[in-house]
Design a protein around this ligand. Sequence first.
Ligand code: FKS
Ligand code: ZN
Length: 343
Amino acid sequence: MKAVYSPLHARHDGGMELHRGELVPCFEMPSRADYIRDAVTAAGHGLTAPRDFGLAPILALHDAGLVEFLRSAFDQWKAVGKDGFMLPSGFAARSMRQDVIPPGVNGKLGYYAFDAGTPIVEGTWDAAYASAQCALTAAALVAEGERAAYALCRPPGHHAAKAAYGGYCFLNNAALAAQYLRDQGRATVAVLDVDYHHGNGTQDIFYDRADVLTVSVHGTPETEYPFFRGFADETGTGAGVGFNRNFPLPRGTDWDSYRGVLDTALRVVADFKPDALVIALGVDTYENDPISAFKLKAEHYPLIGAAIARLGLPTVFTQEGGYAVAEIGTNVAAVLTGFEQGQ
Ligand code: FKS
Ligand code: ZN
């Protein structure tokens, strides 16, 4: 399948993130995309550049204030004499006002961010915008008749909510792909998120809608990031009740326990009878991932791809997480190859 890739991803090189009480070099680093690009190319998936769909699809899903902040954040940072990378130092948590958007850049950081692990640098907007265009382009390829397409999105997207960014994510690439397919006449679309972390942003964006089913299989928020979303009792609101499903799993989950839950999640998707599918593809479920705690092995990624293919749906893959950098490319390529061989 075609792999949509932009070298602009490299403009986002975050520097340091706050991780378990320490500032450490970002796990979400540019070389991730280089490894993936090389491995998917070697596996025979031809690279293609993104088209430019502009800001309209982004503004259709994300709050205009968030988008404007992401666009201008680093300029505001420079205007107060700063350089390097931006992290928030105070959040609009319980007891704090949500209805006042702070005028200053440090206040805005804490207003729009939900963690201190997602630095913004000078090139972040360019990279996030290009990443979103990669997802939209992959969706367009599928809308135009390809069975499947892969968007090599970096930065990732599934934590980015309507009006908040975090978890290394700024714009929700998977949600943009799903909405694009809706806009091209697919009446119903499912998003299945197999990243190690709960896809809280995608859930947020579609939480009150019945036309886009969101399903996520992930490390339990009892112990895992993003901690405050991803529980099984989050099933949707209003018209969306029943159209969000979460499958939290404990640390240490291996393939034998994972496969049955993946099958259940795939059955939920199949029962919805969607016209198209978006897979939020993280390979941080891998046993050697430095920030995650599942125990999947390289041999399991083709099986995931084949199981997804058996749904028989037009499918867009968006790249999400995976931090065992040297193995990330082969694991991603294995999913895509498994999909093609399993279809
Ligand atoms: C800060 C605390 C924990 C956040 C983990 C983010 C995981 C991101 C991801 C994505 F797909 F979005 F990239 N870090 N150090 O893997 O879900
Ligand atoms: Zn993840």
